[in-house]
Write a protein that binds this ligand. Structure first.
Ligand code: BDR
Ligand code: CA
Length: 315
């Protein structure tokens, strides 16, 4: 059985690979993409989503644009060093022969969730602004989701944007806090596991000479690797968003445990921190399955093999 999914995303280099991984995976039926501002502005993330789908011959998949700015905070900003000003590390993809869906992201989410014969898994790879609007404005529709699998936060490995906050949660903590409180099953794929599942330049060798999609993957990996080298002094990179997609493709890749999670929305030094009650100190009901362990080797194999196969018949 395939799992119907919708991907809410801010491409974004690792989002781009995650989107390609989803389409390369027969276990998933990707119903649509919704875009959000995060790694770069909404106009770029939306254009990037359209162009990526064109690259992989999936112009049939609806793409709807959502929120450009967070619900409340006004000082969120991307780090252009990570993904480049336009989100894909300066890589120019061919324009798509169509434009964005006339519906808003939330309207498309509602239509796809209501129309699906089976409950949809919403994979959230960016700030949670669109998802927060969905759960606030359309709670009955949101309750029909099978679950939300989100890349964000951390339980023990807290931050990459600040010492205590992961980028997606930091960018819109008020949205994240509402999503965690919404009562919808959540799987949190955060820095605890994405920082254990690093890929090295050598892992991508099977894609060399593979075709036009493999070329784009390699260019994005090169840009991302350069950033990691300059910023962290290592060529190992965390493909954060692909791990969230992989956790839907094969849930055995991560080990999760249920915990209560809340988000710090006010702290001067801690805004955007996911507070994960690992020892049940608060006595609150768990609201998320938090991924704490990952089979990094199996994830790497899946990611590289599936992306390498994308050119077959299309290159
Ligand atoms: C997350 O932030 C973004 O930079 C990535 O696309 C990923 O979704 C990692 O913290
Ligand atoms: Ca992302």
């Amino acid at each position: 059985m395939t799992t119907p999914v919708i991907i809410d995303t801010d491409p974004g280099i690792d989002d781009a690979l995650a989107i390609m991984l989803a389409f390369a995976s027969p276990e998933l039926d990707v119903l649509g993409l919704t875009t959000v501002g995060g790694n770069t502005g909404l106009a770029h993330t939306t254009e990037n989503a359209l162009r990526l789908l064109h690259l992989i011959d999936r112009d049939d998949i609806p793409v709807a644009a959502g929120a450009d700015v967070p619900l409340v905070r006004r000082d969120s900003r991307p780090d252009p060093g990570v993904h480049g000003e336009e989100g894909l590390g300066g890589i120019r993809l061919e324009p798509a022969p169509r434009s964005v869906d006339s519906r808003s992201a939330v309207e498309l989410l509602v239509d796809l969730i209501e129309e699906s014969a089976d409950p949809v898994t919403l994979i959230a790879l960016g700030p949670l602004t669109n998802v927060a609007v969905l759960v606030a404005a359309f709670p009955r529709t949101a309750a029909k989701l099978d679950r939300i699998v989100l890349m964000g936060g951390g339980a023990r490995v807290l931050g990459n944007m600040t010492p205590t906050a992961e980028f997606n949660i930091w960018y819109d903590p008020d949205a994240a806090s509402r999503v965690f409180a919404a009562g919808i099953p959540i799987t949190m794929v955060g820095l605890d596991v994405t920082h254990q599942a690093l890929t090295s330049p050598g892992d991508w060798e099977p894609l060399r000479g593979g075709g036009r999609i493999a070329d784009v993957v390699l260019q994005t990996v090169d840009f991302y690797t350069d950033y990691h080298l300059q910023r962290y002094g290592t060529t190992s990179t965390a493909q954060h968003d692909s791990l969230a997609v992989a956790a839907v493709i094969d849930p055995r890749l991560v080990r999760t445990t249920p915990h209560f999670v809340d988000v710090e929305c006010a702290g001067e030094l801690t805004r955007g921190m996911t507070v994960v009650d690992l020892d049940s100190i608060l006595g609150a009901e768990p609201n998320a399955d938090v991924a704490l362990e990952v089979d990094a080797a199996a994830f790497n194999r899946l990611l590289v093999d599936r992306l390498a196969a994308l050119d077959d018949g299309r290159g």
